[in-house]
Design a protein around this ligand. Structure first.
Ligand code: AMP
Ligand code: MG
Length: 337
């Protein structure tokens, strides 16, 4: 059979076009991690060309770094440090004001279980240091003196504090806010599928596009068992949602056979004892972050009660005795085992 040159050239052109299109559409995921905000932050992005993904992920990490420099107690010139050093308060950035406004809202609705004024207490326990220790009662009482949601107020970007000694700690909400901002930056760069995880504070954007061009599906997230690291408690399926877990296994030490962890009951200054872990699914990571910490302090019953004030939030609680409790809408995210 004679060669049909126009047909062969046509086929070659089509094949070339397909491989060029596959290169451009690049159905790979880009996965990067960085040490930030005292934890490992991982970003997975897909559904775009690799050049665009690189630029988007770089910009998202840069935004999180910028926020860390505003929100962390460890940066001398952060808004939080300036606020803690001031006698009566100071003006802060729009971003810090936004975090404080949301934190005060959760503080008020949780009856003070969530508390942005635990800076002195946090420093006293020393969870950020090599060897944390259990403080004595006198030191605990001093760190709790004059704290509480009423000790901090916000007007626009002006934060006022009731006592000069009061130290602000945004550790229970700041990481979540930074993840929200990272997602906003990824979206500005045209990314439609991504997962950002800052040590258990996650947002899952769009469908999971690992299989771009083939069937897309929601993200599947395994929720870790608080006592058996290798075991999953449950798997949930989400798109465009925050999934945040607060657990008593994240930062922990043992003294005289007792476990001490980093989520404090502001009433006693001691680690809260009602839960092993709380997972919240919500629209924003900042809200889910604050609610996870708040519900952890309140314990299973009151914690789930708090969620009824936030219709967009659902929660799964592992109580101190290991029993599972969830809000009524949780089931819609659960993947059958
Ligand atoms: P998370 O891992 O989001 O539950 O946050 C724990 C961090 O939140 C701690 O390391 C403290 O910085 C801060 N924190 C601890 N207890 C509370 C509380 N009762 N309210 C608000 N923040 C807290
Ligand atoms: Mg939190």
């Amino acid at each position: 059979m004679p060669w049909n040159r126009p047909l062969i050239i046509g086929i070659l052109v089509v094949l070339l076009a397909i491989s060029w299109w596959r290169l451009q559409s690049d159905d790979q995921e880009l996965r990067r991690s960085q040490l930030l905000m005292g934890t490992v932050v991982e970003i997975v992005a897909g559904g775009e060309s690799s050049d665009k993904l690189e630029a988007a992920v770089d910009a998202a990490f840069a935004e999180m770094t910028r926020l860390d420099q505003l929100l962390s107690r460890h940066h001398q010139k952060s808004d939080v440090s300036r606020l803690s050093q001031s006698d009566t308060g100071t003006e802060v950035s729009v971003e810090t004001a936004e975090v404080i406004a949301l934190g005060l809202n959760v503080a008020q609705r949780s009856g003070g279980a969530f508390d942005l004024t635990l800076g002195q207490l946090k420093a006293l326990w020393g969870f950020d240091q090599e060897s944390p220790t259990v403080p004595g009662q006198t030191a605990l009482s001093a760190a709790l003196d004059g704290i509480g949601p009423a000790a901090l107020s916000l007007q626009g970007q002006e934060v006022n504090k009731r006592s000069s000694l009061l130290q602000v700690d945004l550790g229970g909400i700041g990481k979540g806010y930074a993840v929200d901002r990272a997602i906003a930056v990824l979206k500005e760069h045209g990314v439609t599928s991504a997962a950002v995880n800052a040590g258990g504070d996650m947002y899952l954007l769009g469908p999971h596009a690992e299989l771009a061009g083939r069937a897309e599906r929601p993200w599947r997230i395994g929720i870790q068992h608080p006592r058996h690291q290798e075991t999953l408690l449950e798997t949930v399926q989400v798109s465009n949602r925050a999934v945040v877990t607060s657990g008593d296994y994240e930062r922990v030490f043992e003294e005289d056979g007792v476990r001490y962890h980093h989520i404090f009951d502001p009433k006693s200054g001691l680690p809260a004892r009602g839960c092993q872990s709380v997972t919240i699914i919500a629209d924003s990571v900042a809200l889910a972050d604050a609610l996870a910490t708040a519900a952890f302090v309140l314990g299973p019953a009151t914690g789930l009660q708090l969620l009824t004030q936030y219709p967009e939030a659902e929660g799964l609680v592992v109580a101190a005795d290991g029993t599972l409790h969830s809000s009524p809408g949780w089931a819609r995210y659960r993947v059958a085992p």
